[in-house]
Each structure stands twice: as C-alpha cells, then as structure tokens.
Design a protein around this ligand. Structure first.
Ligand code: FEO
Length: 169
C-alpha cells in the first residue's frame, strides 16, 4: 500500500475514536439537561464511531500495514445550548466526510482499488450521518421550543437501537 494512504488510514482510526469521544460529550451534555433520549441517541452514535475506528484498524492489519495508535484529543465541550450541540454534530460529520474523501483521493491516485472499495461503505455512511445530523437540527427547530414537542422528540430518540456496522472485514 502507498505510504500516504496507509498513514491516512492510521490517522482515521484516531479521528473515529475522537468522534466517539465527541458524541459521548454530547451525551454527557444532554444527560445533564435531563434529556435522556438525546443522551441515549448520542451514546449509540459513540458506539458506531468506535466501530468505525475498529474497521480502519482491522483493514490495516488485514493488509499487513503497520498500525500506530496515537493520543486521542479531549473533545470540544462547554456547549451553552442544545442547538449549539446539534450544529456541532453536523459540522463534525462534514469534517469527517472531508477526511474520508481525502483518503479516497490518495487511494485513487495510486490505483488502490481495494482501499477504494473499502472506503465506498464510508462514503455512503457519511451521507447518512450528515443527513441524520441535519434532520436533528430541523426537527429540533420545529418541535424543540415546545415542552410537549421536546418531550416527544426526546422519547423518540430514546428508542434508537444500536446495530453493528453492515461492513464486515
Ligand atoms: Fe465515523 Fe460519524 O463518522
């Protein structure tokens, strides 16, 4: 594998664990707010991000590439409103999309079709994650300012079930 592609895949392990950490911080924020459904939704999201990290880790190992695990940065915190958290989620997912696209570009430049195929799942996943984050912002804007609406939205988010990624290696 090309060195740059391998390095970017390594960095992505760290970025995905950071994402898990960030969403855990979001859950922490909502738990303190008394919105257990939002907190649960982000805890499930954190689990998904951990799974993403493990997929990059496993992909490198399966291809005999070195794995280097670095320090995970402290997540952004100190949010002052629900909307700020939700918007930070969408901003973060757009950033992750740019990271995936960047790895894809490196693989493409080196005709690394195997890595491109591996990344295809993440390209699609990022589309879904951006939509989920954007939908949450829209729905909060519609229902969040009304106590009953917020209660119903929180109850709905509480029902999110964790499911393992459909990509297996
Ligand atoms: Fe692993 Fe939310 O991207």
């Amino acid at each position: 594998m090309d060195k740059k592609t391998s390095e970017l895949l390594n960095e992505q392990i760290n970025k995905e664990f950071y994402s898990a950490y960030l969403y855990l911080e979001f859950a922490n924020y909502f738990e303190k707010r008394g919105l257990a459904g939002f907190a649960h939704w982000y805890e499930v999201q954190a689990q998904e991000e951990r799974d993403h990290a493990l997929l990059f880790y496993r992909y490198l190992l399966n291809n005999d590439e070195p794995v280097t695990l670095g320090a995970i940065a402290a997540p952004e915190s100190g949010f002052s409103s629900d909307e700020e958290v939700l918007k930070a989620g969408l901003k973060h997912e757009k950033y992750v999309t740019s990271l995936i696209d960047n790895i894809y570009a490196a693989a493409y430049a080196n005709k690394d079709f195997r890595t491109m195929q591996f990344l295809d799942w993440f390209v699609k996943e990022q589309g879904e994650e951006e939509k989920n984050a954007s939908d949450l912002i829209t729905r909060y804007a519609l229902f969040g300012s009304d106590a009953k609406g917020l209660y119903m939205l929180d109850s709905e988010l509480k029902a999110r079930a964790y499911s393992a990624p459909s990509l297996t290696l």
